[in-house]
Design a protein. Structure first.
Length: 322
């Protein structure tokens, strides 16, 4: 029979799992909504990713850093006090976070929000390859299955089964896969920074750095584009819902349930994008697309169970030999 304290521990774990699942699920849905709003701005309002992304990043960065300036000013410039942290922040902020957001929205402009999120979601397979190389081991069976599902999903999504008639523009495939690489960068590089500083603070600096970088690169003030009230509302949505709210919900959920389980619930992003895109934006969604989505989801499931299995192996004291 369970003791009272053990019962409380089980209930607490169940509550943490529910809360974490809800937070990561909602964060993924917010990203999906933001992607669809971006698609609407590109297809209906004539906006360009070269104009939107610098403004989006800069605006989100200012909002987050203003919060820390008011609430915790002693933390604001902490990462810039040592050369090592400053270099990590530049890599994380520009090559990781900001370039992933730029290539993500550029992929949306070239295709659809659903396609962009699916191509972005192959990043765990790239991370798997890096981890196997670092640990000098071969992929496990479930990991190999995940790789097969990933390639199959991307193939079905981009070709609809016919390699002679691409369903997605080649440029969108390239930018989507570059986005996945950038996701790998911002997933694997900030470990030391996250041990020292709150994630929203790092995110604020990443957004601000990216906003400044892309403003210098693309000169959005030279574009003869004047957004109307609807476009302004869309810009506010991608900043608040897609940057500030979504990321903080998702990363808070990760602290409750861990990154492996969170990755399963993050699949709410492409599902939300596909539903909204099909019902409200008129984006086509075929059986081939649905099958490709299913393959990517099975990839995430395979990696989740593979991670769980490897953890149990390590805890049992019998590490897997290559």
């Amino acid at each position: 029979m369970l003791s009272l304290s053990e019962g409380h521990d089980i209930l607490d774990a169940m509550n943490r799992n529910r809360i974490g699942a809800l937070l990561t699920l909602t964060g993924g849905m917010c990203w999906g909504i933001s992607g669809c709003v971006g698609q609407y701005l590109f297809s209906t309002k004539g906006m360009s990713a070269l104009w939107l992304v610098p403004i989006r990043l800069f605006g989100a960065g200012i909002l987050l850093l203003l919060y820390y300036l008011i609430k915790e000013p002693h933390l604001l410039f902490g990462m810039w006090k040592t050369k090592g942290n400053a270099c990590r922040m530049l890599v994380y902020g520009i090559l990781g976070i900001s370039c992933s957001q730029f290539t993500y929205f550029l992929t949306i402009q070239l295709s659809t929000a659903g396609t962009a999120t699916i191509l972005q979601d192959v990043s765990p397979v790239i991370i798997l390859g890096i981890v196997c190389f670092q640990e000098h081991r071969r992929p496990m069976f479930l990991e190999l299955c995940a790789v097969v599902f990933a390639f199959t999903g991307v193939f079905l999504l981009t070709t609809h089964g016919n390699v002679r008639n691409m369903a997605v523009r080649p440029a969108a495939i390239v930018t989507g896969l570059v986005c996945a690489v950038c996701v790998v960068v911002y997933t694997m590089t900030p470990g030391q920074l996250q041990k020292q500083f709150p994630t929203p603070l790092l995110q604020g600096w990443a957004f601000l750095l990216g906003g400044i970088f892309f403003m210098i690169l693309f000169h959005p003030w030279t574009y003869h584009y004047v957004p109307d009230a609807t476009a302004l509302a869309g810009i506010a949505t991608v900043i608040l819902v897609g940057n500030v709210i979504a990321f903080n919900l998702y990363m808070t959920g990760v602290t409750f349930i861990g990154p492996e389980r969170a990755s399963l619930f993050s699949f709410a992003e492409p599902v939300t994008a596909a539903i909204i895109g099909t019902l409200l934006l008129g984006s086509p969604f075929t059986v081939w697309d649905a099958t490709g989505f299913l393959c990517i989801f099975l990839m995430l499931v395979g990696l989740f169970f593979s991670n769980s299995s490897s953890k149990r192996t390590r805890l049992s004291g019998n590490p897997r030999t290559p």
